[in-house]
Design a binder for this molecule. Structure first.
Ligand SMILES: NC(=O)c1ccc[n+]([C@@H]2O[C@H](COP(=O)([O-])OP(=O)(O)OC[C@H]3O[C@@H](n4cnc5c(N)ncnc54)[C@H](OP(=O)(O)O)[C@@H]3O)[C@@H](O)[C@H]2O)c1
Length: 215
C-alpha cells in the first residue's frame, strides 16, 4: 500500500518506519525535505521511505497519517491541498495541546476536538483518531509489561475506515483496538493527553501508554 505521512517529527518517523518495515511504500511530508538529518534517518530505515513536501505525501498515500503539531494541523492540510485527501482514510495522531505559562492544556473545549476540525476541513476523507494516547516509542512494536491484551483506543465516523486502521494497529504489534465511537469521541481521547503529559512528567518517561485493563 502507498502511505503518506504528514510530519517528520518523532511520531511521523516512528509510524513511517513501521509502515516501511511491513512492506508499504511511504512518503514522509515535511517543510524541510532537504534536511540532512532527515536524509540520514530515511537512509537507515528498513524498507521504502522517501521524503517530500506535505503535498507529495498526501498525493502519494492511499492511506494518510496526520502527525504534525496540533496547532499546525489545519495549516499542514492547507499546504498539502485538500483535494489530495479526497475519500482517503486519514489517521489523525495530533493532539490540540497548549503549554501556556508552562501548564499543559487543550485549545479545544469539551464540545469540540481537533479531529472534528480536521474532518470539517476534509469532508470526504475518513478521519480516524488513533495512536494519540500513547508515547511514540510504543506506537509500533509496543513493549510494555502489563495487560496481556494491549488495545489502542480509536474513534471515527466510518466503520470500514476503523477496520482498516485496526488492521494496521494489529500489524504494528497491538492486540487490537477499542472503538470508542464516532469522531465526537475524539474529544475524550484528546482530553486524556494533558493527563498523559502530567504522568510522564511525574514518572520521567515519554514511553507510557493509556491502556484498558479488563477481564
Ligand atoms: N511524541 C509523542 O509521543 C506523541 C504521542 C501521541 C501523539 N502525539 C502528537 O503527534 C503530533 C506530532 O508530535 P511529535 O512528537 O512528532 O512532534 P515533533 O517531533 O515536535 O514534530 C513536530 C511536527 O510538526 C510539524 N510542524 C511544526 N510546525 C509546523 C508548521 N508551522 N506547519 C506545519 N507543520 C509544522 C513538523 O513539521 P516538519 O516535518 O516540517 O518539521 C513536525 O513534523 C502532535 O500533534 C502530538 O501532540 C505525539
Amino acid at each position: 500500500m502507498n502511505v503518506g505521512v504528514l510530519g517528520s517529527g518523532d511520531v511521523g518517523k516512528r509510524l513511517a518506519g513501521g509502515f516501511a518495515a511491513r512492506g508499504h511504500d511511504v512518503v514522509v511530508g515535511t517543510r524541510s525535505p532537504g534536511k540532512a538529518e532527515l536524509g540520514t534517518w530515511a537512509a537507515g530505515v528498513k524498507g521504502k521511505v522517501r521524503l517530500g513536501s506535505f503535498s507529495d505525501a498526501a498525493k502519494h498515500g492511499e492511506l494518510l497519517v496526520l502527525a504534525v503539531h496540533g496547532e499546525n494541523a489545519l495549516e499542514a492540510i492547507e499546504a498539502a491541498g485538500q483535494d489530495a485527501f479526497s475519500r482517503k482514510v486519514v489517521i489523525d495522531v495530533t493532539n490540540p495541546l497548549t503549554f501556556s505559562n508552562g501548564v499543559v492544556g487543550l485549545f479545544v473545549g469539551t464540545t469540540d476536538s481537533l479531529s472534528e476540525r480536521v474532518q470539517k476541513a476534509l469532508p470526504t476523507a475518513k478521519v480516524v483518531k488513533a495512536f494519540n494516547t500513547v508515547g511514540s516509542p510504543q506506537m509500533v512494536d509496543p513493549r510494555v509489561p502489563g495487560p496481556s491484551r494491549l488495545e489502542l483506543l480509536i474513534a471515527g465516523n466510518d466503520a470500514t475506515a476503523k477496520q482498516q486502521v485496526t488492521d494496521v494497529v494489529k500489524s504494528f504489534g497491538w492486540s487490537g483496538t477499542i472503538d470508542v465511537g464516532d469522531l465526537a469521541a475524539a474529544r475524550w481521547l484528546e482530553a486524556m493527553v494533558p493527563l498523559w503529559v502530567r504522568v510522564g512528567g511525574t514518572l520521567h518517561t515519554w514511553a507510557h501508554v493509556w491502556a484498558v485493563a479488563r477481564e
